[in-house]
Design a protein around this ligand. Structure first.
Ligand SMILES: Cc1cc2nc3c(=O)[nH]c(=O)nc-3n(C[C@H](O)[C@H](O)[C@H](O)COP(=O)(O)O)c2cc1C
Length: 221
């Protein structure tokens, strides 16, 4: 069944892991005779594009999907801004459309993306979209934007997970559990601590490059 999919890239980086997932999903959709368009949320946040330009794209899309990195255990602020702007300005265009989300984070632990996916489900409910489910990938930082086809067995599993998800979604069905199983891997407990140190360092370094301070203390009242 032919469907038009709008893919929202939630990363401010236009050519990294989020984009790599998005381009694979676009290619898979096209292989299934569906169509897909990728937009970068950061362009709307930065004012390079206006939300009004999205109206026609939204109207012609049956499925909308967010693919996003995890930032400080949640959705990046640009994505929250985008969701709020959409819910104010495009509610009638969104109503009744199918919606899915894919969260990916640095740590190889898929449970970390649960709050992000839950926020997406809540957004879908709020704007009366039909929630098709979410997928979580842990270890996105290690892919560093590589094309999934170049990653051997690891890439094949991710591609298969996305393919199965899409096959169901174009038929209006929810993402099957098998897709998440393919994306889930267990790392040996002994590796957890050294891996955490390396990944924490990488995340802090990337955040610093963007002028984001994630080491500041959080004070609660
Ligand atoms: C400001 C910031 C905050 C982050 N917070 C988390 C986090 O809480 N947990 C995590 O596992 N990864 C975190 N990451 C890592 C990103 O989710 C991860 O590197 C992701 O693969 C980046 O996607 P991209 O390459 O498409 O930009 C953070 C990265 C940045 C820059």
């Amino acid at each position: 069944m032919k469907k038009q999919i709008l893919i929202l890239n939630g990363s401010p980086r236009k050519n990294k892991t989020t984009y790599s997932f998005a381009r694979t999903i676009k290619a898979l959709a096209e292989d299934m005779d569906s169509g897909a368009e990728i937009i970068h949320i950061i362009d709307y946040f930065d004012g390079k594009k206006s939300l009004g330009d999205l109206r026609d794209i939204l109207i012609s899309s049956e499925i909308v999907g967010l693919i996003s990195p995890l930032y400080v255990d949640s959705l990046p602020s640009y994505v929250i801004w985008f969701f709020e702007a959409l819910s104010k300005e495009m509610e009638s265009e969104l109503e009744g459309k199918d919606f899915f989300a894919i969260g990916q984070c640095a740590f190889p632990d898929v449970t970390m993306n649960e709050p992000l996916l839950e926020s997406c489900r809540l957004f879908a409910d709020t704007v009366k979209m039909h929630w098709l489910g979410g997928l979580s990938y842990g270890g996105g930082v290690m892919l560093d934007g590589a094309a999934l086809e170049s990653l051997g067995k690891k890439g094949e599993k991710i591609i298969l997970a996305f393919k199965m998800a899409l096959e169901n979604m174009v038929e209006g069905k929810k993402i099957p559990l098998r897709s998440q199983e393919l994306l889930t891997f267990k790392i040996p407990t002994i590796l957890y601590r050294p891996m955490t140190i390396v990944l924490n360092h990488t995340v802090k370094r990337d955040a610093k490059k963007k002028g984001i301070d994630i080491e500041g203390k959080v004070y609660l009242e």
